[in-house]
Design a protein around this ligand. Structure first.
Ligand code: SF4
Length: 243
């Protein structure tokens, strides 16, 4: 099938370009209202989903919400066709790195299979996918492509995920104090220092790096400690994400 960028963009409902992401790195996701576990987690105090930025800032605007609905519906209408368009787009407009679910999450095994297929057809691209759906990922019956780094996210702030999945993601309250990796070893955890760069990844690609067991993000937005502008020294073992 002959594809072109505008046509493929329309067919997937558009891609996101969050200001935090490195230049030229695009993303795909949908509204947090469609997160299956996340919707339940958001009802509980102390969870990461309770303070999800997907309900703040630009994400509250009607045009942004409409775009999120368009993206999910484009996938649901025809996952196979959607996968072909996504792979084409990633190769052409985000060829080095791609981010899944800046907001949103895996909904079922089919969605993971389709995304894995997109990654298989974009071998030169590094994909990063954070998820609260640990069981879905752990029980996935197929081999995942090596260029797709899935990070199982902790459910609670200052906690690690209840999962042995090798690549994880956590949220901490205090600058310089990332949550240790599940192994308990702080050297296996990289603190996300985007807060020292105006909330931008800069040259850091730790989240896409399979050797990094845990990336820990400083809590921001609702519930974040008020003093966070006074930055403390960063964790000394932060090799990947330098200020
Ligand atoms: S750890 Fe690095 S790659 Fe991950 S979000 Fe933070 S700055 Fe970006």
């Amino acid at each position: 099938m002959q594809r072109n960028i505008p046509g493929a963009m329309a067919a997937v409902g558009g891609l996101g370009s969050e200001s935090k992401m490195p230049h030229g790195v695009l993303s795909w996701g949908f509204s947090r209202e469609h997160c299956i576990r996340g919707r339940e987690l958001a009802k509980k105090m102390g969870t990461i989903c309770r303070v999800c930025y997907g309900g703040t800032g630009n994400f509250r605007f009607a045009n942004v919400k409409a775009a999120q609905e368009r993206r999910l519906n484009a996938y649901l209408d025809d996952p196979e066709e959607w996968a072909g368009n996504m792979a084409y787009l990633i190769r052409h407009v985000s060829p080095d790195y791609f981010r899944w679910f800046s907001v949103g999450d895996l909904r079922d095994e089919l969605m993971l299979a389709v995304i894995a297929d997109v990654a298989k057809h974009t071998r030169k691209t590094k994909h990063w996918l954070p998820t609260h759906e640990a069981e879905l990922v752990e029980n996935f019956g197929q081999k995942l492509p090596g260029n797709l780094v899935i990070r199982v996210s902790a459910d609670y702030i200052e906690d690690w995920p209840d999962s042995d999945w090798p690549t994880q993601h956590t949220v901490h309250r205090w600058p310089g104090e990332p949550v240790p990796a599940r192994s308990g070893d702080r050297r296996h955890s990289v603190e996300c220092l985007s807060y020292t760069r105006g909330n931008n990844c800069g040259s850091c690609r730790a989240c896409w790096e399979p050797r990094v067991r845990n990336t820990s993000l400083l809590l921001h937005g609702p519930g974040a400690p008020k003093h966070k502008k006074k930055l403390l020294p960063v964790h000394p073992n932060n090799h990947f994400c330098e200020a």
